[in-house]
Design a protein around this ligand. Structure first.
Ligand SMILES: Nc1ncnc2c1ncn2[C@@H]1O[C@H](COP(=O)(O)OP(=O)(O)O)[C@@H](O)[C@H]1O
Ligand SMILES: [Mg+2]
Length: 362
């Protein structure tokens, strides 16, 4: 089922929790709602579920406007952070519960519940009570229960945040597998950018109730529309370096240093001269000592060897940066290094507005 949010807003007394969202989610997609705590993710999900009525704007499921459709008539399944299983019921009874409420005959309800239990790999736990299950197993039961009525839309609100790191990793892969097996349109709320990146077809990134960017995860990482998106996506985070842009030479200069970079692309003349250069730690390259053009000179302050690669903490002028390099390069604390930037792997943001000026120009 296709989902459309049109100018969707939610105002609580003095808080505008969701501010005119416009998003289309295609049938069968898994979309993550991503953003820091308090940015309006749950509020958006609750409007989709029908638990909150939007203050303004419209919500469409397929061609149908559902603003006034009651939650129980929206054909949705929902899973929350705290699994909210019924503690006195067995796993089987928990999964059967939604079918019992809609008066599905017992025999059929049981068969459908067992089929769901198999889908989420808990068919061996049907007689247990929730208290006898691990967190991951409980979350599987909650997913089976959400899917047993064969809803058209699955809503998940931070379903993994009560699990420990390893289980979180396992369960996010499981959610993706289950979603793809069932083919159900799914909206997954998380504040964890890596989680969103790893399982989504598309990510909707929000801040203060407002749309920031809606795109495939890799695209959001590679082409952030503004400084907030650039900083939110990626760990260790992108380096943001204040620079001065010169229209004349079409180059940028690090504040208070000799380091300059020439740009391949002309910037729109309404911008500048104060800009922020964004470079992800993995997008630097170490270059020859005698290189003079398009290199940044940095002083290494700390070398962290972290298995797969090595992280340099360094300074350019008085600006601290992080640089990921190959594990076996013999760089030491105190070294002066010359850094180049991989082609087309830098971002330039307007200091005033935060907008990515390279994208606007393209
Ligand atoms: N029922 C409510 N009444 C008043 N304010 C609320 C209510 N629910 C959420 N808010 C406020 O709306 C904003 C968004 O909240 P929420 O959607 O829960 O954020 P998120 O899920 O992204 O952490 C926050 O400022 C929050 O305090
Ligand atoms: Mg929330």
């Amino acid at each position: 089922m296709k989902i459309e949010l049109k100018d969707l807003s939610m105002q609580f007394d003095d808080v505008l929790a969701v501010d005119r969202l416009n998003v289309t989610i295609r049938e069968g997609e898994l979309v993550s709602l991503l953003g820091p705590s308090g940015c309006g993710k749950s509020t958006t999900l609750f409007m989709l579920a029908g638990l909150y009525k939007p203050s303004s704007g419209d919500l469409y499921f397929g061609e149908k406007r559902v603003n006034d459709v009651e939650p129980e008539n929206r054909e949705i399944g929902m899973v929350f952070q705290n699994y909210a299983l019924y503690p006195h019921m067995t796993v089987l009874k928990n999964i059967m519960f939604p079918l019992k409420m809609s008066k599905v005959p017992k025999q059929e309800a049981q068969e459908r519940a067992i089929k769901m239990a198999k889908l989420v790999h808990i068919e061996h736990l049907l007689d247990r009570k929730p208290g006898q299950l691990s967190g991951g197993q409980q979350q599987r039961v909650a997913i089976a229960r959400a899917l047993v009525k064969e809803p058209k839309l699955l809503l998940l609100d931070e379903p993994l945040s009560n699990l420990d790191a390893r289980l979180r990793l396992e369960m996010r892969e499981e959610i993706r597998r289950i979603q793809q097996e069932v083919g159900i349109t799914t909206i997954f709320v998380t504040h964890d950018q890596e989680e969103a990146m790893s399982i989504s077809d598309k990510v909707l990134l929000m801040k203060d109730g407002q749309y920031q960017q809606y795109s495939a995860p890799q695209h959001m990482y590679d082409k952030p529309s503004n400084m907030f998106v650039g900083t939110f996506m990626g760990s260790p985070p992108i380096n943001m370096i204040p620079v001065l842009y010169s229209q004349e030479s079409n180059s940028i200069q690090m504040n208070e240093t000799e380091s300059t970079l020439s740009l391949g692309q002309q910037i729109h003349s309404s911008y500048g001269p104060n800009m922020i250069l964004g470079i992800r730690p993995e997008d630097f390259v170490l270059v020859e000592d005698n290189a003079t053009e398009d290199v940044l000179t940095a002083r290494v302050t700390v070398v962290e060897r972290i298995g797969r690669d090595t992280m340099l903490n360094a300074t350019i002028g008085d600006k601290h940066i992080r640089v990921l390099i190959e594990p076996d390069v013999p760089v030491q604390q105190g070294d002066i290094v010359k850094l180049g930037v991989r082609p087309n792997r830098y971002h330039l943001f307007d200091k005033e507005t935060g907008r990515n000026v390279l994208l606007e120009n393209a």
